[in-house]
Design a binder for this molecule. Sequence first.
Ligand code: KDG
Ligand code: MG
Length: 403
Amino acid sequence: MKIVGADVIVCCPGRNFVTLKITTDEGVTGLGDATLNGRELSVASYLKDHVCPVLIGRDPQRIEDTWQYLYRGAYWRRGPVTMSAIGAVDMALWDIKGKLAGLPVYQLLGGASREGVMAYSHATGRDIPETLEAFAEHREKGFRAIRVQCGVPGMKSVYGVSKKKGAAYEPATKGWPEEQSWSTEKYLDYVPRLFEAVREKFGFDIHLLHDAHHRLSPIEAARLGKSVEDYRLFWLEDLTPAENQEAFRLIRRHTVTPIAVGEVLNTIWDCKNLIEEQLIDYIRMTVTHAGGITHLKRVFDFASLYQVRSGSHGPSDLSPVCLGAALHLDLAIPNFGVQEYMGYHEQTMEVFRCAWRYEDGFMHPGEKPGLGVEIDEALAAKYPYEPAFLPVARLEDGTMWNW
Ligand code: KDG
Ligand code: MG
């Protein structure tokens, strides 16, 4: 069997997505997600110009060999663009393998280790009362785990807070990147009150998560973790930028609040120390940005040796193809923790037809052979790419900061 087609589909049904479609000479097709939010066209070009041509004629069944060919063969290793492109190819090949076998991908990964995959949603509000309202709505939908983010008095915009009441959080903006300002002092003084309010109103019988989105220094992160221990968070996410893996030693020394990291990491080398030294509790890498099912499974297996569990990134800027692939892995691996699920625009769900489902706090990839996600290409063509950027952040004195 041979690959006879590799096509990149860029569309914007509510937001931009880059999808790779691989076709075999037997007419079987596979899909992979290659979306890198705010930098979409760089991966589209990497695929179109440098990867698709060399896929033609290859055996689609040789997933590992193709992974190694693209990783070693590029000479230039790692990085979000390379790894997202490899990730898309890998996903598409697993999709094809599943279709050829007549089995959902999770069966090829060893079968189900659980009945369903616990998902967490996002409750957001401009202030604490609004966030509590949103929390109640998410609990009503059955979520057993909910991330909370809320506005901070004195700050114009805060990561993770939607602009209008009840609207889904969408960080990317059309046109130039939005400039946001940040004050660690204001945030650190305020955010423990949010957790206190949630626990007071809803009790402890639900998992509570929070994302600091890379804004803190290690000692500030340690202070936050320590100050919220009584609220028993499921995790604090991305407290400090993880390029400096050693920084997490300091945080660990000061707090027992569980720590999650990884949505901007791309290979095992980005998190090897974090896992090996047990400096984190959850690894949040995702199928698209971490080189596909093949590489992410390797990371999760390594993490399982150190009691680090998975907590895959699942924002609305990774396509439903990525979420489908993540769910197959989540269902199969022994060390699953939780899966993020933000939901999608209506138009997105019309373009991508999904076998995966959400029900009462849990998700399942479905039983369709392969990944179980198809794209309506004619409809996708009606939503052309729209340039959009993620925001940037500055401190109140104008210094560039981490968004
Ligand atoms: O594109 C950036 C988003 O995916 C990111 O900001 C979302 O941090 C995020 C999360 O935890 O979902
Ligand atoms: Mg995050």
